[in-house]
Design a protein around this ligand. Sequence first.
Ligand SMILES: Nc1nc2c(ncn2[C@@H]2O[C@H](COP(=O)(O)OP(=O)(O)O)[C@@H](O)[C@H]2O)c(=O)[nH]1
Ligand SMILES: [Mg+2]
Length: 360
Amino acid sequence: MARIKLDLGPEAKILFVKEITGRRFFRKSVKSLEVIAGVEESSSSVDSAKLEMIRWELKELKDAVKTMGFKAQAPAVAKDNMLHPSLRDFKEKLCEAGVEEEVALDILKDFQERSTEQDLSDQNIEDSLIKHVLRYADVFGGITAGDNKIVAFIGPTGVGKTTTVAKLAAHFSLMERKRVAFITIDTYRIAAVDQLKTYAEIIGIPIEVVFNPQELLANLNKNKDKDLILIDTAGSNPFDAMRMEDLKKFLGQSPNIETHLLMNISTRPEDLIEIYNCYNVMKIHKVILTKLDEAKAYGNILNLSYKIDRPISYVTTGQNVPDDIEIADAYHLMQLVLKGEEGRWWSKKKELEKQGNLSL
Ligand SMILES: Nc1nc2c(ncn2[C@@H]2O[C@H](COP(=O)(O)OP(=O)(O)O)[C@@H](O)[C@H]2O)c(=O)[nH]1
Ligand SMILES: [Mg+2]
């Protein structure tokens, strides 16, 4: 009041008071008061409606200024300022690898919050960062055959479902000596099953083609003696809700079916999430990323692990049956994200195998 009277004279009155609590970066919150004061004119007194209008307009103006200020600060540079300088290069590295900016920022901010100033200035910060990023690699150690395990492979056309089923069948049947059966779901009676039939003949395992959900159930019952039943599905457009419902009916036949969704690693991150959401009308248990050999950047591994609450079971690394498939491993996948093509551990593994040294 003293301040107001000094400015406006002894007749001054407070017209409007508002308490504002503001937060300034890393400082304690500050409380301040917003006050509108005035002097009442004796002849033409300001009516309260008018005053209310002025107050309202003032508020709108203030809000508009605030919004403008916020938008001007929105670009990446401002967001980067929240990061400790020692983390900014690493963020660039992640983004260059195709990790989405918001994902990279969130992961690094989390690291920053868990670290002391001393940790952040440490020369070996990169090692700690790699360890931290490993936390985000959501992986699962592959399929364990036995006890009539049933796994279905779903995903858009051409991602590599049939090839992956063949790779796994060959592995479990020929290397692990398990009893394996193939079932292929053909919802349209036109899908090419010859490809899988050829593999089945070479590997020497039975194959059944089923055309409706009841047939699938009958076939699952027929194969109760198997250690592993692999179900291949005809590729389907994820944005075709009818086909999604069809597939859901098939896979709903048994609660024991474990579903692995295959997606090409070079898909745009936003499409990857869309595809996942479309298939998520049925229960997805694991994700398989395919065609790592054709990719230039691997940031999607991190984008996916960060945004989707499902582990990666396998990654596929080429067209060769049965060799080009790897069980997802957090360390190897993160090396791939950070080193790109140089991190392709499977190529090094093959090189060593050729030389007769299988130590990797
Ligand atoms: N480069 C590469 N090609 C693959 C991989 N997996 C499958 N393919 C190829 O992708 C094409 C489609 O595969 P397919 O298994 O028929 O896909 P589906 O429609 O999902 O069953 C074929 O030419 C495969 O050889 C992979 O990991 N890397
Ligand atoms: Mg196929």
